[in-house]
Design a protein around this ligand. Structure first.
Ligand code: IPM
Ligand code: MN
Length: 369
């Protein structure tokens, strides 16, 4: 299979973890006879410094011509005081909108070796396996007006959704639920917000089309609570942009490290942008110690969703599990028992080695366990 992949390293540890993703994909290409070609483009703070904009036209064009995009991270203290149109985050929001990536999938699944590092009791968190489907191109993030009055004494942001925007994300979430444990939790604030009332109506209308999926409506505040008291009760959660942003950060700590969570931003065809949920971690950037596993797991999501290469994707996921089970970890992860702390490069090499020895997968897994 021949595929064109755009790499957007962005800021902070972005460049380091993107390099890991590329090495892993090169190993997959070698092993399974695929041809992946890569081109690297600027986004975020680094792009502001080089081109005076967080999202150059050239980057958008390259992404539109590619089969999939991998993004590292954007942002950093250097640009924190910039005016809003010159903030690195604008690059990320801009590329999501330009590419119409309305469906953001954030799976949260614990690795056994890391469960003890969860802030929750192991008995509460063990067995959690949920997927947050976040609407990504509407709501408060993009509604207009969004501005401050001339005298600076008042502000407005706008939470706007069309029915069609809600329908397409709800369809996507129902379909995700059909491929999983067939339970959908729709999260809203229908006791207060007009947008949430329409959201609820759409979910109710749509459920007839997915009779195999059970549906539940919950309010966002109650959901925030239930995520930490009974996380195993969730399968697929679908919600609007801002609620999804907040709940996905909350859910991410269940598993013991933000450094392990991948995400996919998709539209209706197979094209997608894949990025780790963690940010640019400017405090450790450039030291070669970043955890590349969330980025590597994002490449597995890309292989699955954009290229339908399930075997290859599963191998990457197995590699991550096996390397952790063997006690290897980066500085951010606290493994139970004795471990071997390794840097970004070594972690990547371990994953690549596992992929290369794919034929011996079964026996290696055997001795790891
Ligand atoms: C995320 C991030 C972004 C968001 C920021 C960086 C704009 O927090 O991907 O969750 O809020 O969507
Ligand atoms: Mn966020």
């Amino acid at each position: 299979m021949k595929k064109k992949i755009v790499l957007l390293p962005g800021d902070g540890i972005g460049a380091e973890v993107i390099e890991s993703a590329k090495e892993v994909l090169e190993a997959i290409a070698d092993e399974f006879n695929h041809s992946f070609t890569f081109s690297t483009h600027d986004i975020g703070g680094i792009s502001i410094d080089k081109h005076g904009t967080p999202l150059p036209d050239e980057t958008v064009k390259a992404c539109k011509e590619a089969d999939a995009v991998l993004l590292g991270a954007v942002g950093g203290p250097k640009w924190d005081n910039n005016p809003s149109h010159l903030r690195p985050e604008r690059g990320l929001l801009g590329i999501r909108k330009e590419l119409d990536l309305f469906a953001n999938l954030r799976p949260v699944k614990g690795f056994k070796k890391l469960l003890h590092a969860s802030p929750l009791k192991e008995s509460v968190v063990a067995g959690s396996d949920l997927l947050i489907v976040r609407e990504l191109t509407g709501g408060l993030y993009f509604g207009t007006p969004s501005e401050r009055s001339e005298d600076g004494q008042s502000v407005v942001d706008t939470l706007a959704y069309t029915k069609a925007e809600i329908e397409r994300i709800v369809d996507n979430a129902f379909q995700c639920a059909q491929r999983r444990r067939k339970h959908l939790t729709s999260v809203d604030k229908a006791n207060v917000l007009e947008s949430s009332k329409l959201w609820r109506e759409v979910v109710e209308e749509k459920k007839a089309q997915y009779p195999d999926v059970t549906v539940e409506h919950t309010l966002v505040d109650a959901t925030a609570m239930k995520l930490i008291t009974a996380p195993t009760e969730f399968d697929v959660i679908v919600t609007e942009n801002m609620f999804g942003d907040i709940l996905s950060d909350e859910a991410s700590v269940l598993t013991g490290s933000l450094g392990m969570l991948p995400s996919a931003s998709l539209r209706d065809d197979s094209f997608g942008l894949y990025e780790p949920v963690h940010g640019s971690a400017p405090d450790i950037a450039g030291q070669g110690i970043a955890n590349p596993l969330a980025m590597i797991l994002s490449t597995a999501l890309m292989l699955k969703h954009s290229f339908h290469l399930d075997k290859e994707a599963n191998l990457i996921e197995e590699a991550v599990e096996a390397v952790l089970n063997d006690g290897y970890h980066t500085a951010d992860l606290k493994l139970q028992g004795e471990g071997h702390k390794v840097d970004t490069n070594t972690m990547t090499k371990l994953i690549v080695e596992f992929i290369k020895s794919e034929s011996a997968t079964i026996s290696i897994l055997g001795c790891y366990s």
